[in-house]
Design a protein around this ligand. Structure first.
Ligand SMILES: Cc1ncc(COP(=O)(O)O)c(C=O)c1O
Length: 399
């Protein structure tokens, strides 16, 4: 599916009033035109614009990992929950209809029930990369920057940098379980347009207490928002910040079905926010509201959110595999950061890029390093057997 990337008059006027130059329109169009179809985790699908937006360039450069153990890109080790897969498969039979039944509304209703967020505050998307990039365009500008942790999921800062928006990066807090340092974020740019908090954080898997996020929401400058990316929340099982959206605060809370729900290739995500914030995010492309979503993804996603005991069981399966891996690392004297989610940072004490190559030679794709930590690799927690293979390969590499 390719979205029309031409910006309407209202959208152009909005961008100009917030300090964007006409020369940046092409970049905004490219970003939003492809954002619907492409994500860092999804399939490549070039948009109409001649300009390659950041997500597109990365996705097109993705290496072929077939035949390898894949613990490098934070996908789930297995597919959708069985009941969700059945709901999706059933919908394939009805794929001749644009709207076989009101699947979009059913997904929203189910999310509202589970999350205790009003239906008016929930918008589904084809993944969460689109609303993330869109939030940068909407709430940041050449005069209002973005603030993120470092390391964190880079989509926010890569998008902002590409649009020539100021990016401020703040170190995590080693003194507080590597949580996001919300006070330092505010100090880094007291007039930012968007503060991005990823909790649990990618790549560390560490959680920022909801009380810290609420503090940032109360103390941030007027006219800005706090974007809370909860892509990995179900893997941690910790409280959500979604109640801040219910209270009508200046927040956008993002979720994805690409992680614990095992639907990365099916493309489904959610944002939860006050309706006026969503309206602003959608002014660049009103058609996003309905036409863009696959009925298979909607059916599988709508079923997934209700499967509370499956979620708990999958989380426990991940924790068991993660803790067994930690025990092995400890036995070898290799350190890692603490983690509450399905990924962790291991410190090799030597260039992480070399270790990635050494694992690749053993047919194991591990994650990459972040510039700020060149000796640490991100490892995604795979199945118990994949993590055993990781440990065996490590033993061979470290002899
Ligand atoms: C923190 C975080 N947010 C958002 C995304 C985007 O995921 P998707 O577009 O598949 O929903 C990812 C993907 O890895 C992620 O790690």
């Amino acid at each position: 599916m390719i979205m029309n990337s031409a910006l309407g008059r209202d959208a152009r006027e909005d961008l100009i009033s917030r300090g964007y130059s006409r020369r940046q329109f092409g970049r905004v169009s490219a970003l939003l035109g492809i954002g619907a179809a492409v994500s860092t985790g999804g399939l490549a699908f070039p948009g109409r614009s001649a300009i390659a937006a950041p997500g597109q360039a990365r996705t097109l450069a993705r290496p072929d990992l077939s035949g390898m153990i894949r613990i490098g890109t934070n996908e789930c080790w297995t597919g959708p929950f069985p009941a969700a897969a059945l709901a999706g498969a059933d919908m394939v039979q009805h794929g001749n209809r644009y709207e076989p039944s009101d699947l979009r509304q059913r997904l929203i209703d189910n999310v509202a029930t589970v999350e205790k967020v009003p239906v008016s505050h929930i918008v589904p998307w084809p993944g969460s990369s689109d609303p993330l990039a869109r939030a940068i365009v909407t709430f940041c500008s050449p005069t209002r920057g973005v603030v993120t942790a470092d390391p964190t999921f880079e989509e926010a800062w890569v998008t902002a940098a590409w649009l020539k928006i100021k990016v401020s990066k703040v170190a995590l807090r080693p003194d507080n379980h590597y949580a996001t340092d919300v006070r330092a974020m505010l100090a880094a740019d007291p007039n930012a347009g968007l503060y991005y908090v990823c909790s649990p954080n990618n790549p560390t898997g560490t959680v920022t207490p909801v009380a810290d996020i609420a503090w940032l929401v109360e103390n941030k400058p007027a006219g800005s928002i706090v974007l809370i990316d909860e892509a990995y929340l179900h893997f941690a099982g910790t409280p959500s910040a979604a109640y801040l959206a219910t209270q009508g605060k200046d927040v956008v809370v993002l979720r994805t079905f690409s992680k614990i729900f095992g639907m990365a290739g099916l493309r489904l995500g959610l944002s939860m926010a006050r309706p006026d914030l969503h309206e602003r995010m959608m002014r660049y492309d009103g058609r996003m509201q309905s036409g863009a979503l696959s009925v298979v993804a909607l059916a599988a996603g709508g079923a997934s959110v209700l499967l509370a005991s499956d979620i708990v069981a999958r989380r426990q399966e991940m924790i068991d595999a993660r803790e067994a891996t930690f025990a092995h690392l400890k036995s070898r004297g290799i350190t890692h950061l603490p983690s509450n989610a399905n990924m962790f940072m291991v410190d090799w004490g030597k260039p992480a890029a070399d270790m990635k190559a050494a694992f690749a030679a053993q047919q194991i794709d591990i994650g990459r390093d972040w510039k700020i930590w060149p000796t640490r690799s991100r490892i995604t927690v795979g199945s118990a057997s994949e993590m055993k293979s990781f440990c065996s390969a490590l033993d061979k590499i470290m002899v």
